[in-house]
Design a protein around this ligand. Structure first.
Ligand SMILES: [Fe+2]
Length: 434
């Protein structure tokens, strides 16, 4: 089935490229930060983290390890959850003035994404939109390499330690946008699942659905052979479409999240489940970091653009705030009901990996099988029942779609052609799954 999906197309790409960091996984591996940073030639680093983690045990372990390896570190923790151009510019200024020879990041996706973008603007100052892709940005190339980066995720969802992208809110435009470039890929990652032991249920749920969506979007994305070939191999984008490597990692990530998300969310003492979710997040990062996501992530940016008067339990963030994973998964069932017609076998295979009872479901039932399984997992983990629970109604459908249509590459990475009207229809169908 996989081979058929990657059948050659006229003028389509015949080649895909996989980028991965050197990766260490396991309880206690944060202790390796010092020797690993030293082995990369780091002697004076900036340690990025957030205000909540700054005085906590994980940062302390990393700092001690760096100290023991003879590495000086300066901490930068003024990082916004869901970073914006202002917070990134402050971080870039810190890098520009510090004469650093390396970066270590300890935190969730917001911290890792800030570290990546701050290096770009700290080393190569420019107007903020210069390095972002059109239609919002100028699409200028990043002029040279970034600093060596050792990334240490503390949540089981982002996968940012394995990706070449950084998601930043552009304040003037009031929307998030993706800065993507192979230069942003961290050189090395330390993934220590002990960091997830103390996470509140809602954070495990939100990040878990982010990982779920990374994996299923990756598996159901348009095949890389259906994207046009590139003239310059060094400009082959990371969001190149589904490919055989990403299939491998995404399939296993779907199996893991299907089996363990309920346990991991509902029982903080279930180390097996939480460790597995951390491994699943890493795998999903390796997968979508080499394929790109599609409609669930594209539509999530409309949701976080237009959200109002909303907070989420367990997140100490000012209103309005919807965690990334929740903004992604809220529309996902309606999206897969739509996209399944473009690649029904892939949707059935993904549903099977996610633990759905696929039975002898036919192609015309593929969307319903995927949607049903996602809704089942959302119900078991007390997630919102569609974007209606996030404060949106019929009157918001057109503005949401108008915001989302700007996410061109992600929309084009869907397995089915999708226009503005289609996106409006999807939002309308995502208001409630009751
Ligand atoms: Fe995500």
């Amino acid at each position: 089935m996989g081979c058929q999906y990657f059948q050659a197309c006229d003028h389509g790409a015949g080649t895909f490229t996989i980028g991965l960091p050197k990766l260490t996984f396991g309880r206690g591996c944060l202790n390796e930060a010092g020797v690993r940073a030293a082995a990369r030639g780091m002697s004076r680093i900036v340690l990025f983290t957030d205000p909540f983690l700054k005085d906590g045990p994980y940062v302390a372990v990393v700092q001690k390890s760096l100290q023991q390896a003879g590495i000086d570190s300066a901490i930068f923790s003024e990082i916004r959850i869901e970073p914006d151009d202002t917070s990134v510019k402050n971080a870039a200024e810190f890098i520009a003035q510090g004469n650093f020879d390396g970066v270590v990041s300890v935190g969730g996706g917001s911290v890792l994404d800030t570290a990546k973008a701050a290096m770009v603007y700290g080393l190569y100052p420019a107007d903020f939109l210069d390095y972002f892709p059109p239609p919002l940005g100028q699409g200028k190339p990043i002029p040279g390499p970034l600093l060596p980066h050792l990334a240490c995720p503390t949540t089981s969802g982002t996968g940012s330690e394995c990706t070449s992208m950084s998601v930043i809110r552009i304040n003037d435009l009031n929307t998030k946008f993706v800065l993507g470039n192979p230069l942003l890929l961290p050189d090395e990652a330390l993934v220590d699942p002990a960091c997830c032991d103390s996470l509140p249920a809602n954070i495990v749920a939100s990040t878990g659905f982010d990982l779920l969506s990374h994996a299923i979007e990756c598996y159901t994305a348009k095949a890389y052979t259906r994207w046009a070939t590139v003239d310059d191999p060094l400009k082959r984008p990371f969001n190149q479409g589904a490919n055989p490597w990403s299939d491998l990692a995404a399939t296993r990530a779907l199996e893991i999240v299907g089996e363990f998300i309920e346990r991991g969310v509902n029982d903080a003492g279930d180390h097996e489940a939480r460790d597995q979710l951390m491994w699943g997040a890493t795998l999903a990062g390796m997968a979508f970091g080499n394929s790109g996501t599609h409609l669930p992530h594209a539509l999530s940016y409309g949701v976080t653009h237009l959200m109002r008067d909303i907070t989420t339990d367990d997140y100490a963030v000012e209103s309005p705030f919807i965690p990334h994973g929740i903004s992604v998964i809220a529309s996902a069932p309606a999206i897969f009901r739509y996209t399944a017609a473009g690649a029904p076998e892939r949707h059935l295979e993904a549903a099977n990996s996610l633990g759905a009872n696929v039975g002898d479901a036919g192609h015309d039932e593929a969307g319903e099988v995927v949607a049903g399984r996602i809704i089942e997992l959302m119900e078991k983990t007390a997630m919102p029942n569609g974007i209606g629970d996030l404060g949106f109604g019929e009157a918001d459908v057109k503005p949401l779609a108008a915001s989302t249509i700007r996410q061109g590459r992600a929309i084009a990475n869907a397995p089915r052609e999708t226009n503005l009207q289609d996106i409006e229809n999807i939002y309308a169908a995502a208001i409630s799954y009751a």
